[in-house]
Design a protein around this ligand. Structure first.
Ligand code: DGP
Length: 116
């Protein structure tokens, strides 16, 4: 499985950097964002090092679907019945700051549109 030794999320997936983990399986894990932008702010990441959505190939489709399915399951587990927002920032203009694919799961307040 691809691992990048200078990637903070690879280190979280490997357990060498601690995180408040909410869910983990063989393909992905979900943990609380260190700088939350909403009362609930989780990151769902693949264990495999993929840089961003723009770097995904057709063979990554099942993994991408799994990340979204896990986000949906977490919304039930955490009883986010009033709604939530799932976001993938990609690249500089997308606001991506950590170059390891991740889904933000944000909830607990009303989200605005258009996003900033
Ligand atoms: P983005 O800007 O879309 O690349 O989001 C990256 C998020 O990752 C940002 O909201 C802060 C979070 N983050 C960065 N470093 C760490 C860390 O070491 N631990 C945790 N839990 N979150 C982190």
């Amino acid at each position: 499985m691809a691992f990048s030794s200078d990637c903070i999320f690879c280190k979280i997936a490997a357990g060498t950097i601690p995180a408040r983990t909410e869910y983990a399986d063989e393909l992905c894990l979900a943990f609380h964002d260190v700088n939350p932008q909403a009362p609930t702010h989780l990151l769902v990441i693949p264990r495999q090092h993929l840089v961003s959505l723009a770097h995904c190939a057709p063979q990554d489709a099942a993994l991408l679907g799994h990340l979204l399915q896990v986000a949906a399951e977490l919304s039930k587990k955490l009883e986010l019945s009033n709604g939530f927002r799932a976001v993938l920032n990609s690249g500089a203009d997308g606001g991506q700051t950590v170059d390891h694919l991740h889904v933000h799961l944000l909830a607990g307040r009303t989200m605005h549109w258009p996003p900033g």
